[in-house]
Structures are given as C-alpha cells and as structure tokens.
Design a protein around this ligand. Structure first.
Ligand code: FMN
Length: 207
C-alpha cells in the first residue's frame, strides 16, 4: 500500500459507471507521472469497472492498474468500493482532492443526498464535510430535472460540477488531444497546472 508522502499531494480518483473511461485512464497516467503527486487512491464502482471494460477493451478485471497504465503502478492504490473502512473513508486521512471521473447520475444523486453507502460515496461525503476539493466530472445527456437538481445540491454543498465536455476552440486534431485538454483543465483546477497545457490566445490559430 502506498502511503501519503510529506509535501506531495495525495489524491483520490473514483471511476463510476458513466461513459468516459478514456478520461479516467489519461488522468491516472498523468497523476502517476506527476512529481508533485505522492499517492493516488483509486476506487471504481462495479458499473465503472463494467464501462471501463467495454470502452477500453480490457481483458477482465485482473491487473486493472497495469492494464490502465501499461506498466506497474508506483503511486496508485486500488481500493475496493465495498471497503467502507478504507483510509479515504476517514476525515483524518490527508486527501488533497477527490475526482469522480466519470461521475454517473446515480453516484451524483447519492453524493448529493449524503448516502455514503459505499466507499466512493463515503469518501466524497468526507470531502464535503472537511471542505476538501471534490470535483464531479458528470456525464449524461440529455439532463433531466432530477440530474439538474442533484448537481445544484452537490454544488451548494461545496462540490465542483465539472461536466465531461471537451473544448473545441483549441481545435483538437484528435480524440487524444481532446481528452488531454480536458484532463489538463481539471488538473489546473485542482492546483496541478500542466506545463504544456493549451492556453487560449485570441486569434492565434486563425488563418
Ligand atoms: C456502456 C454504459 C455507459 C453508460 N453511460 C452512462 C453515462 O454516461 N451516464 C450515466 O449517468 N450513466 C451511464 N450508464 C449507466 C450507469 O452505469 C448505471 O446507472 C449504474 O447503475 C451507475 O452506477 P454507479 O453510479 O454505482 O457507478 C452507462 C452504463 C453502461 C453499461
């Protein structure tokens, strides 16, 4: 088990059953390679594992981290969503930020209502009570009134609603570039700006 390191960030990443596994994989690879990050705790819901398997063509649930990173993890702990006694379930554990990427409408609803019925929901609830940054990368379309109300409720409780919507003004040349740009933006939002991230310059790409 990797432990939090002094002076380095400790992050939680939760993958739930919404579409967007490419973003989860890119985020984990970035955090793993970031010298400012010492420890990452990853939790996936069952639906999250299922969607990852579909979208990333994973071969089973074994060696999940190795399959996502293409190498052995150095900083990432894989925690079971059923383990409500894991480190991140306690406010005494030094989490710097939690990303729910992607965030399903089901998990959004349960976080907004404080259900805490599994580790992901409990860890998010802890972030809200401890005023630790909680970023919900929600993905669904179209959005019904329940989804919209739950987003409002979560935002009022202190979460950032960061919809899984790519940018187009940077004129991404590929899906990979779209994914990288979104991940750059989320990382900047949680205080991990990326040196080669796109920064808007009016007219720079115009012909
Ligand atoms: C391939 C696939 C894609 C899905 N995409 C979404 C989605 O984009 N947004 C969403 O809210 N639910 C989506 N779902 C449904 C959720 O996985 C489902 O509601 C699940 O119960 C959520 O559980 P969780 O919140 O515990 O992860 C998808 C399901 C599958 C199988």
């Amino acid at each position: 088990m990797n432990e939090p390191q002094p002076n380095l960030r400790t992050m939680t990443v939760a993958a739930t059953g919404a579409s967007g596994s490419l973003f989860t994989r890119e985020m984990l690879r970035r955090l793993e390679g970031d010298a400012r990050v010492g420890c990452v705790n990853l939790v996936s819901s069952d639906a999250g594992l299922r969607v990852m398997a579909e979208e990333l063509a994973l071969s089973g649930r074994g060696h999940l981290l190795e399959q996502l990173l293409d190498s052995a993890p150095r900083k990432i702990n894989l925690l079971a969503n059923q383990d409500i006694g894991a480190t991140i379930a306690s406010g005494s554990y030094p989490t710097d930020a939690m990303l729910v990427l992607p965030c399903s409408m089901g998990t959004l609803a349960r976080i907004a209502q404080g259900m805490s019925s599994c580790l992901i929901e409990r860890a998010a609830d802890v972030c809200l009570k401890e005023r630790t940054r909680l970023v919900l990368c929600v993905r669904e379309t179209p959005l019904n009134l329940v989804h919209l109300r739950n987003m409002t409720q979560a935002a009022e409780a202190g979460a950032t609603i960061y919809p899984l919507i790519p940018t187009f003004y940077n004129r991404p040349a590929s899906l990979d570039e779209m994914v990288r740009n979104y991940v750059d933006r989320v990382l900047k939002h949680i205080g991990l700006p990326q040196p080669d991230a796109y920064v808007w310059q009016p007219g720079a790409k115009q012909t």
